[in-house]
Design a protein. Structure first.
Length: 449
């Protein structure tokens, strides 16, 4: 045998053994990462048989894509499977640790690879939303000319976090959290797999324990496998392993709640709280508020939103609502968490159950439009103060009627600029205390007519 070929073959075997050894030492979640589409669990809508992304992969007509989904939904795994199926050179690039100089080096190598080996390069950028505009723009020319196929992974809404030019040149695929059934399949595969999983050990684990791990993982395959591995290591005694609910509880400090205080889920949940309050659903209001607090949201942020809500969606339908919301905010500032949680809960349920009116909000918007449209209209002379004799001579305050000198404390005189005279901004609704306000205003306005 040719010595050169023999040496190459020996080196290949050594490299494969070394790679296998490294993988055996990796965490269970990494060892169990599937390498074929048929082993990929979940995301049937985009990679199931006949699905658009699957067809693009199998027909080798993949373009740059953005994979948007929660942690543990399979973004990195899917990118690696794509690279393997399409026989592309795979380069993993972290937006946290890499910058433009590193990107230039990757591009230079990709150009050589394409020129001499006719091999495409898939550049996988994890957490692409962490790149700033300049860094994202650096990808554009190489995506456009086909030097690289970009696969970006993000947990944040790409329409907010990825530059429009880059987004327009990529197809966006939305990955979902794994269902309980899918997570259970992931765990069962890890327990059976004798090569990379835990199948070589005698493990006793009841169905209810698997269900408990699934529940605590919250749709995240990586978290589920990490819990399983930590439980296995905690319960391991010789070759006998009995994983019980108490073992799992020991290794879990707190259920993982997906919540990024600066990302889309933050806005989704605060929107859910606001709409639950508006729709008079105290139970949903409590749930979403607790979700935010348990995930580490600043309680004062929630309190401020409730103060705003009290005026925007309740207003004078229940004037007490603003006082309750402000009191909750002050209590939160005074005692802090966790003691303030019930003050916030009290405010949330009060606001949810209060009669609703957006009359104040509508009044403000209408007045704002007129202010923008008409500019600095003069204040009617009759309601101006006249602190100097000159101002008095100019007619400031001339003919002013003091409301308390009239029946019902009401007087008719110009209050708006003449260009807006007769304009109505505040229109109370027929709910709560505003119903009384509406009745009184209707009577007063009828007298004016």
């Amino acid at each position: 045998m040719n010595s050169k070929k023999f040496n190459n073959k020996t080196q290949d075997l050594f490299d494969k053994r070394f790679e296998l050894e490294l993988k055996n030492q990796a965490p269970l979640a990494e060892r169990m990462r599937p390498e074929k589409l048929k082993d990929f669990i979940g995301q049937e809508e985009i990679v199931g048989p006949g699905a658009p992304l699957r067809r693009a992969i199998e027909e080798d007509r993949l373009v740059s894509i953005i994979l948007w989904g929660p942690p543990g939904s399979g973004k990195t795994t899917l990118a690696r499977i794509i690279a393997k199926i399409t026989k592309s050179y795979f380069v993993s690039f972290s937006a946290v640790t890499s910058g433009i100089p590193a990107l230039k080096k990757v591009v230079e190598e990709a150009i050589k690879r394409r020129k001499y080996n006719l091999q495409r390069t898939i550049l996988f950028v994890d957490e692409i939303h962490r790149f700033n505009k300049t860094q994202q723009d650096a990808f554009l020319p190489y995506v456009e000319n086909g030097t690289i196929i970009l696969i970006g992974a993000t947990t944040e809404n790409p329409s907010f976090e990825v530059n429009s030019p880059l987004l327009s040149r990529s197809s966006v695929y939305v990955l979902k959290s794994l269902s309980p059934g899918e997570l259970k399949k992931v765990l069962e595969r890890a327990l059976k797999d004798k090569e990379m999983g835990l199948g070589k050990y005698r493990i006793q684990i009841e169905e209810k324990v698997l269900d408990y791990i699934v529940e605590m993982a919250n749709g995240d395959a990586r978290v589920a496998l990490n819990i399983l591995e930590l439980s296995f290591m905690s319960a391991k005694e010789n070759d006998e392993v009995h994983i019980t609910p108490s073992v799992v509880t020991r290794v879990i400090q707190k259920k993982v709640l997906r919540y990024d205080k600066s990302g889309e889920e933050h806005y989704n949940i605060i929107s859910a709280l606001h709409k639950s309050l508006r729709d008079s659903d105290p139970d949903a209001s409590i749930y979403w508020m607790v979700r935010m607090l348990e995930a580490g949201e600043d309680p004062l942020y929630i309190a401020r939103r409730m103060v705003r809500f009290a005026s925007e969606d309740i207003g004078n339908a229940d004037p007490q609502a603003l006082q309750v919301a402000v009191a909750a905010m002050q209590a939160t500032q005074f005692v802090g968490m966790p003691e303030a949680n019930l003050a916030l809960c009290q405010a949330a349920t009060y606001l949810a159950c209060a009669p609703k009116s957006n009359a104040l909000y509508r009044a403000y918007i209408k007045a704002q439009e007129d202010v923008k449209k008409t500019g600095n209209l003069p204040v009617p002379l009759v309601i101006r103060n006249a602190p100097t004799s000159l101002m008095e001579k100019l007619g400031y305050g001339k003919g002013y009627k003091y409301a308390h000198n009239f029946p019902e404390g009401y007087v008719k005189q110009p209050h708006l600029p003449s260009e807006l005279e007769g304009k109505i901004y505040y229109e109370p609704v027929e709910r709560g205390y505003e119903k009384k306000i509406k009745r009184r205003l209707d009577e007063l306005r009828k007298e004016e007519g």
